[in-house]
Design a protein around this ligand. Structure first.
Ligand code: ZN
Length: 350
């Protein structure tokens, strides 16, 4: 099953299961130096299984923006293991003969990285990305950073994003070739496509019982799943997304009476509706299948609202004091002065 929603899944076995216990800290970008579509490259990887030179990449991004996933992110891909050149700073991929010194720890880089191929038909990787390919690449990178807590910036010894040249500056100095690095880092600095809440960030509260599909809340005993989970994980760009906004689940999913499909789930701080046909709320501008329910009318109705309204009624401003003192005459308002000036300028008697 792909980690990236919307990705085409063309898996192969050219991987290190569970990364031998390591976690990814870097994203490595590549260019394919040939080929025409992401699916064709993924099928090529698959065809190398069991051969003399099996190879892969977690993802391939096509010229048309299609994303194909070939290995699970929890596994290492056989993508960029060979370290060449002398230890130093690789710079910006000009092939200066130095690999970045943080690869010197003796750990196979494939265990520490997630690899993304970009389809480039030229054998020297001189093609620039298409607009669709660039958008898909940026979005994918921001999602991977969020899923694994990878620093969303240029790579350094703590993690981040760089090219294949960082590892193999001798044979892969032109991998990925031209890439809009500055634009990528500006995009990521802006918050990327969406900060997707991941199980690593919420491990204190949830355990993931079905990968990316179902989380079980250990404190309250309720699950969040499928569309409501996807919404919860990405519903805002604030803090820990759904966890900050809604708190923990305090009910199971329940069908909404009188609808075909709508489902509601209550959280500590509000209710999330799954209502793909917009049977419950037809307010224009709601585009997704999930949204927060109204708290002052069914089905998200909160009984405390009535009490709140009573409380608010007590704070109605007091009536002005009654007095027999003569009131000052009303002052000429700024507006009537302006209107008089305008009329006199226009030659009209006011
Ligand atoms: Zn490469």
């Amino acid at each position: 099953m792909p980690d990236e929603s919307g990705a085409t899944w063309i898996p192969n076995q050219n991987s290190f299961p569970n990364r031998n216990g390591y976690k990814p800290h870097w994203i490595i970008l590549h260019g394919t130096a040939g080929g025409s579509s992401a699916a064709a490259i993924a099928n090529y990887f698959k065809s190398t299984q069991g051969g003399n030179n099996p190879t892969s990449s977690h993802y391939v991004v096509g010229r048309d923006g299609e994303i194909v996933q070939c290995n699970s992110e929890k596994d290492g891909a056989w993508a960029n293991g060979y370290i060449s050149g002398t230890s130093g700073a690789s710079g910006n991929g000009a092939g200066n003969g130095h690999h970045d010194s943080w690869w010197d720890g003796g750990i196979n880089p494939n265990l520490l990285t997630i690899a993304i191929e970009h389809v480039k038909p030229s054998t020297d990787n001189s093609d620039h990305l298409t607009d669709a390919q660039k958008q898909a690449s940026f979005t994918l990178i921001s999602h991977i950073c969020a899923r694994w807590g990878i620093p969303a910036r240029k790579a350094d010894a703590h993690g981040g994003i760089t090219g294949h040249y960082s590892i193999d500056p001798v044979n892969r100095a032109r991998c990925p070739g031209p890439y809009p690095w500055d634009e990528l880092f500006a995009f990521l600095q802006d918050g990327g496509d969406a900060l997707v809440l991941n199980i690593e960030q919420t491990g204190k509260h949830f355990v993931e019982t079905v990968r990316n599909e179902r989380w079980h809340c250990q404190q309250t005993g309720f699950d969040i799943a499928y569309a409501i989970l996807a919404y919860y994980r990405s519903c805002t760009h604030v803090g820990l997304n759904g966890l900050s906004q809604y708190g923990l689940p305090i009910s199971n999913e329940q069908r909404v009476d009188g609808t075909q499909q709508a489902i509601i789930q209550r959280f500590e701080r509000g209710c999330i509706l799954y209502d793909p046909q917009h049977e419950v709320d037809r307010v224009s501008g709601i585009s997704g299948p999930c949204y927060p329910a109204h708290i002052d009318k069914a089905p998200g109705e909160d009984p405390r609202i009535a009490q709140l309204q009573e409380e608010l009624a007590k704070y109605r401003p007091p009536d002005p004091p009654k007095t027999d003192m003569p009131q000052p005459p009303p002052k000429t308002s700024a507006w009537s002065t302006l209107l008089a000036t305008f009329k006199s300028r226009m030659g009209e008697r006011s």
